[in-house]
Design a protein around this ligand. Structure first.
Ligand SMILES: [Zn+2]
Length: 142
């Protein structure tokens, strides 16, 4: 598989607020990690323009929901419409920063193209705008 060279991507450094966001995602999966059935293994946290942070864990099923979707849905349920940054982590301690899946990338692109997504680049957390994670993306307008 040919990989896009990271140095060509518009990556940004994390702020202290972003590090707190990663910690919020780690905290929610540490509290909810499902040792028995592995139904909940990913935690996510989204920071809104209001400054509030909403968290979620994945809900495993054949067509289950990713942790990002639960966090975004909770934020929207609470009236939030503008998003600054999002991160998902996997593992008992949330030790692995997880890039969004294809479906989540489409959701991020549709709902919050300017929102920054925290990803791991060669083991170092960086941020990239959601719109830059899905080149040649599908849009309804065409
Ligand atoms: Zn996903």
């Amino acid at each position: 598989m040919t990989r896009f060279p990271e140095e060509l991507l518009p990556l940004h450094e994390l702020t202290e607020q972003d590090r707190l966001l990663v910690r919020a995602a780690q905290d929610v999966i540490q509290r909810n990690y499902d040792e028995e059935n592995s139904n909940h293994t990913v935690g996510a946290a989204v920071r809104c323009k209001s400054g509030k942070v909403y968290v979620g864990v994945n809900v495993y099923s054949l067509h289950g929901a990713c942790a990002e979707q639960i966090a975004i849905g909770t934020a929207i349920t609470n009236g939030e419409r503008e998003f600054e940054a999002i991160v998902a982590v996997r593992g008992r301690q949330g030790e692995e920063i997880l890039p969004p899946c294809g479906n989540c990338r489409q959701i991020l692109h549709d709902y919050m193209p300017e929102c920054e997504v925290i990803v791991s680049v060669k083991g170092t957390p960086k941020k990239i705008a959601a719109k830059d994670l899905l080149p040649f993306s599908y849009t309804v307008e065409g």
